[in-house]
Ligand binder design. Structure first.
Ligand code: ADP
Ligand code: IOM
Length: 340
């Protein structure tokens, strides 16, 4: 295949040069992942922000001449850097940025995980995906206390329930064209599903962009409590499952934007004053290391001036630092909103 020049402004378009293509084009990982597989989504979707998906752990080393510049660009993390984790709740010290509850609608912290010794979602076979699902569901079955819940496979869910869960921000959307082009939606809805506790404050998505998305969420802005619940869940799951992890890059994920902590800590915050100039809002958030998404997540628009504001960097920053950065940045956005 000759060099497929990517269009658009994705990190793929910036870093897939003819030289990189020539260097990597004929390489293949142990699980059979090739460069064409890694870049397929970004080529099909010029409006991607990143545009590449690793098919397995080895993709990050075999295709490093493409991934490393993308990782450096997105996270400011160089080839000599080493990622460090810190999930110690006692060290968090992230004050509630909206104690009177005037702006923040809800808080959600999620991490992505993939099982070690399997390819990632875009390269899984149907049979392997089912094994991943069964392994994860078994690990979730006997979680204690507030984390206890039940698993709901997608193929058993009626349309009304599904739509309600998506609308209420609990479940992933269907038919995402970025994931589709990456090969992440193959055999849909087979082996996909959601686990949640009765109050839907603890949820796990199975076999979406990553094999697990582990989520703690609740109304208002008690970051400390949301983080503590997530940390408890992760400690339990680490005892039951072995996750794909590297000394250098931390937790390994399909998309390089999620490496390291694999954590996106976000608030849904209503900012009607700042909404008048979204470019300024985005710049203000970026100055605090934050990213702005729409009300229904990535690639969606804001509704009713509610924005999803989260840490942009997930690698080269600890979990505790990422949540603290969110708390400080959101407090600054609220102060700007009050002046607007
Ligand atoms: P991810 O967070 O897994 O990267 P998305 O950006 O698509 O993926 O978000 C997934 C879902 O989580 C969407 O429905 C989004 O609206 C919801 N969400 C994100 N942050 C919050 C929040 N703070 N409160 C409520 N829902 C949220
Ligand atoms: N993580 C992934 N969904 N995203 C960054 C897609 C994109 O490249 O726009």
């Amino acid at each position: 295949m000759s060099y497929p020049k990517p269009s658009g402004r994705s990190l793929l378009a910036r870093h897939l040069t003819p030289e990189v293509w020539r260097l990597l084009n004929d390489k293949e990982t142990r699980y059979g992942v090739r460069l064409a597989h890694v870049v397929a989504s970004g080529l099909a979707n010029p409006d991607s922000s990143v545009g590449v998906y690793a098919g397995d752990e080895e993709s990050y080393t075999l295709f490093a001449p493409l991934f490393d510049p993308i990782i450096a660009d997105y996270h400011g993390f160089g080839p000599e850097d080493r990622h460090q984790s810190d999930l110690e709740v006692a060290r968090l010290n992230a004050p509630n940025p909206d104690p009177e509850g005037r702006y923040v609608v809800s808080t959600r912290i999620r991490v992505a995980r993939n099982l070690c010794c399997f390819p990632f979602g875009s390269a899984l076979t149907r049979r392997e995906r089912r094994i991943v699902e069964a392994t994860v569901v078994r690990a979730l079955e006997d979680l204690p206390g507030e984390l206890a819940g039940s698993y709901h496979p997608l193929y058993e869910m009626d349309e009304t329930t599904k739509e309600r869960l998506i609308h209420d921000h609990f479940l992933f959307k269907e038919g995402d064209r970025f994931l589709e082009a990456a090969g992440l939606n193959r055999d849909w809805p087979d082996a996909r599903g959601i686990f949640h506790n009765p109050g839907k404050t603890f949820l796990v998505w199975v076999n979406e962009e990553d094999q697990l998305r582990i989520i703690s969420m609740e109304p208002a802005a008690d970051l400390q409590r949301v983080f503590a619940r997530l940390a408890r869940a992760l400690a339990e799951l680490e005892r039951r499952l072995a996750f794909a992890h590297s000394e250098r890059l931390g937790y390994l994920t399909s998309c390089p934007s999620n490496l390291g902590t694999a954590m996106r800590a976000s608030v849904h915050v209503r900012l009607p004053g700042l909404a008048a100039d979204e470019a300024r809002l985005t710049a203000l958030a970026a100055a605090h290391g934050l990213q702005v998404r729409g009300t229904h997540g990535e690639h969606s628009a804001s509704e009713g001036a509610v924005y999803d504001v989260s840490n942009k960097r997930r690698l080269g920053i600890t979990e505790v630092e990422a949540v603290r950065e969110l708390a400080n940045g959101v407090a600054a956005l609220i102060a700007a909103e009050e002046r607007a």
